[in-house]
Design a protein around this ligand. Structure first.
Ligand code: KG4
Ligand code: ZN
Length: 337
């Protein structure tokens, strides 16, 4: 089945063509980062307007790159939520109109479901597995028993991991989005230079809290007598990253052990992080676990990742109708088959 996938939940307009839920024929992403950077974060109204401008261009490019004609498309998968409602509605209305015009079935997909199933486009993990979804809006640990079978084991009680990265980057004057910038600088600094807290590390549950690390960085910067110059920023970045990576990996490994899971999928924008990838790989080798990281283009927001669940649901005959609406918040546990 040839599926056209459309994603517009935040600040990336994306379209992809995926065959049989496994083969990515194209994956086109138009980023709005430059538009939002000067405001230090995503401006919802601007995001919606930019999606309207980009969506047909991106869909056309995805079809061209896949060398697929519109008439060959057999189904459409679109992000239904969670995300910015105005942004989601652009993708959703486009998907509905196309499905109606082409007379093909349509399905609405959970954005995080796409993220954690992205590895199926490359090296598919066997079920069950633990999924760590770390993005600008999520820091969740899930037990995944199959497509549509998710149970939340832990979640952030305040900031998401990506949000903490972005806020710390802003504080250090690095720009938006900050995750990749901090990651790069962390490579040049000393991770032991500053001992930032590891919140909730010793609690037996699998929840996270990242706002405390961010506040600790802020207080450190305000109080420090050492000039906040390039080498100091590199040390702060490396130390902050060490704290984030230790908390994320420790809690994920603990959750995997408690659930008897031998495979871990790390997904979402923060899964691009080099420190996280390195630490997970080392720990996995030590504990005899298998870790799956999507390649960077499939970690950040994209449409191809939607093709995995979209194909599964469409094959099962689960179709949406024209009444499907966008949802800003949508717990993954409530997605059922
Ligand atoms: O999944 P994503 O593209 O969008 C959302 O669904 O939120 O994730 C975006 C987040 C941003 O907060 C960004 O700063 C973070 O992922 N990010 C990173 C890295 N690359 C992107 N965080 C840490 N290290 C990175 N290399
Ligand atoms: Zn995302």
């Amino acid at each position: 089945m040839l599926i056209l996938c459309i994603e517009s939940s935040c600040d990336e307009t994306a379209a992809a063509v995926v065959r049989d839920g496994r083969e990515m024929l194209s994956n086109v992403v138009a980023s709005q980062v430059d538009v939002h950077a000067r405001y230090g974060g995503v401006v919802p109204e601007l995001a919606s307007r930019k999606h309207v401008e980009a969506i047909s261009v991106v869909i056309k490019a995805a079809l061209e790159e896949a060398d697929v004609a519109l008439e060959q498309i057999e189904g459409i998968g679109v992000t239904r939520g969670p995300g910015l409602v105005g942004a989601l509605l652009v993708g959703l209305s486009t998907a509905k109109a196309m499905a109606w015009g082409l007379e093909v079935p349509l399905v609405g997909v959970h954005h995080i479901e796409g993220h954690i199933l992205a590895p199926f486009l490359e090296r598919a993990p066997a079920f069950p597995f633990l999924a760590l979804a770390v993005s600008g809006g999520h820091s969740h640990l899930y037990r995944v028993d199959g497509i549509g079978q998710y149970r939340t084991l832990g979640r952030t009680l305040d900031d998401a991991a990506g949000e903490a990265y972005d806020k710390v980057a802003k504080l250090l004057g690095l720009g938006y989005p900050g995750g990749a910038l901090i990651d790069r600088l962390a490579g040049q600094g000393d991770p032991k230079a500053i001992n930032f807290p590891r919140p909730m590390l010793h609690r037996p549950d699998f929840d996270f809290s990242f706002s405390g690390i961010k506040t600790a960085v802020m207080q450190y910067v305000h109080k420090s007598s050492r000039p906040i110059d390039e080498t100091h920023i590199a040390d702060i970045s490396a130390s902050f990253q060490a704290s984030m990576v230790e908390v994320l990996t420790t809690k994920a490994l603990r959750a995997a052990a408690a659930e008897g899971l031998e495979r871990i999928v790390v997904a979402g924008g923060v899964a691009c992080n080099s420190g996280l990838r390195r630490q997970f790989s080392q720990l996995a080798a030590k504990h005899g676990l298998e870790v799956f990281f999507p390649s960077p283009a499939l970690c950040g927001d994209n449409a191809a990742m939607l093709g995995v669940p979209a194909d599964y649901y469409l094959q099962k005959g689960l179709h949406a109708d024209g009444k499907m609406n966008a949802v800003s918040s949508w717990p993954l546990d409530t997605v059922t088959v």
